[in-house]
Structures are given as C-alpha cells and as structure tokens.
Design a protein around this ligand. Structure first.
Ligand code: SAM
Length: 223
C-alpha cells in the first residue's frame, strides 16, 4: 500500500473556502463509534439519530444497524436519495443523537446546531487538529467541551469524491462526543484500539471493496 500524499488527504489538506468537503467516510469508523456508545450503556436500538451531512450514505447505512431510525439529509445531491437540507438553517424537529462528519470549515456551527437539537448527545468525526486553535477554544470548547474524545490509533483514510478502502493518509482523526447526560464538564480521552480489520467485514456491501470486486467477477463470468 503506497502512502497517498495528495493534498486531499494530508494534514494540511487545502479545500476551497466554499468547499462542501465531499469526503465519504470509511464505514468501519462509524461502527467503532456505535460499539463504543453501546459499551457505555446507551440503548441505541431505542433511539433516533440524525446524520445531517449524509453525502452518499456511508455513515448512514452503518448507523441504521444500531439505531431505531436514522434521518439523513445533505445540502447537496450525491444521488443517494436523501432530502436536500442546509443543516445550519436548523432542523425542524429534535432527535436523540446527531452523528456526522461535518465539513471542516463549518464543523463548529454543526456542533452548536447539533447540541441545540439533540436530547441525548452528538458525535462528530473530525481531524484531530480540530482540537487546537485559540479561536475555536474561545468560541466552542471553553464553554462546551466534549464529554469524550475518541482518538483512532489507526488512520481513517478519506479521499475526495469516493470511498477508497485502499487509500492511506497522514491525517489523524478522532470522534468528539457530547453526552448531554454527563454529570461533569471534564473531557475524557479514550483510544479506539485497532478495529478496522474486524469491523470492515461487518459493513454494508456497498461499502466493501471485497464484495464489490466479487460482484464484478460474478457478472463477468456469467456474461
Ligand atoms: C465529509 S462529508 C460527509 C461524509 C458523510 N458523513 C459520509 O458518511 O460519507 C461532508 C458533507 O457535508 C455536506 N455539507 C456541507 N455543508 C452543508 C450544510 N450546510 N448542510 C448540510 N450538509 C452540508 C457536504 O455536501 C458533504 O456531503
């Protein structure tokens, strides 16, 4: 596997200021969060979830395995059939959880909106570098620190415009969780132990390279 050094995946990746941040999310990273929430005692099967930056649905399909229902939308049409909504205009109803991978430049606004409309909690997958910055500390973390930071020890490669399980990256990612039921304002740091190999086979077929290669092979041998 070769290191992908394109500007899209490096720590300093630069996107145009008005970019939608079209970076589909490796599905196993979502399952890692859901497993962590279940282990913490959240009965996700009795709860609702919103994914407001659903893109092509890589996160949504995994969330649907854990939650009673998932409301998905995105501001742009990627052909997945989700309603088109600008999340920052505010959702029309409340939800138990909001879980998403927001565009980097709008992540703080997404988090503020999610906190205002989620009864149990919200979780966002962000570059670990999102935790630093004087401005963001003052406008977000100082008053509303996450209850938990879940740092991936494995890399979570994201490629612009498609899901590529073979990609690599120099960028570090973590989940930031705001548990609205937390009793203190302390932030706890956790590591997500290596889990990609175990979780990938559980992910939905559309997201798995082995299944896709197998379907092409079957189609080719039949024709
Ligand atoms: C990093 S991608 C999300 C990937 C997605 N969660 C997945 O499972 O693959 C960021 C997404 O945010 C969407 N987006 C950008 N601005 C938005 C807004 N104001 N409201 C809703 N979605 C927005 C983009 O269209 C893009 O699909």
């Amino acid at each position: 596997m070769t290191q992908n050094t394109s500007s899209a995946v490096m720590q300093q990746r630069s996107e145009p200021h008005d970019s939608l941040d079209d970076f589909p999310t490796p599905p196993w990273a979502t399952r890692a969060l859901c497993e962590w929430l279940v282990a913490r005692g959240f009965s996700l099967g009795d709860m609702t979830c919103r994914e407001p930056a659903a893109n092509r649905g890589f996160m949504v399909r995994e969330l649907e395995d854990f939650f009673a229902s998932v409301a998905a939308s995105d501001v742009h049409d990627y052909g997945a059939g989700y309603p088109h909504r600008d999340y920052l205009l505010g959702p029309s109803d409340r939800t138990d959880w909001t879980i998403t991978n927001p565009p980097f430049r709008l992540a703080a606004d997404f988090i503020r909106t999610a906190l205002a409309f989620s009864d149990v909690g919200c979780a966002v997958l962000v570059r670990s570098a999102f935790l630093e910055g004087v401005g963001r500390y003052g406008s977000l973390f100082c008053a509303t620190p996450p209850s938990d930071v879940l740092q991936f020890v494995e890399r979570v490669p994201m490629v612009k415009g498609r899901y590529d399980p073979g990609a690599s990256t120099a960028t570090s990612y973590c989940w930031l969780v705001w548990n609205q039921r937390a009793t203190t304002q302390d932030t706890r740091l956790h590591w997500i132990a290596p889990c990609r190999k175990r979780l990938e086979p559980l992910c939905h077929a559309e997201s798995r390279s082995d299944v896709n290669v197998w379907s092409v092979f079957k189609w080719w041998t039949k024709s």
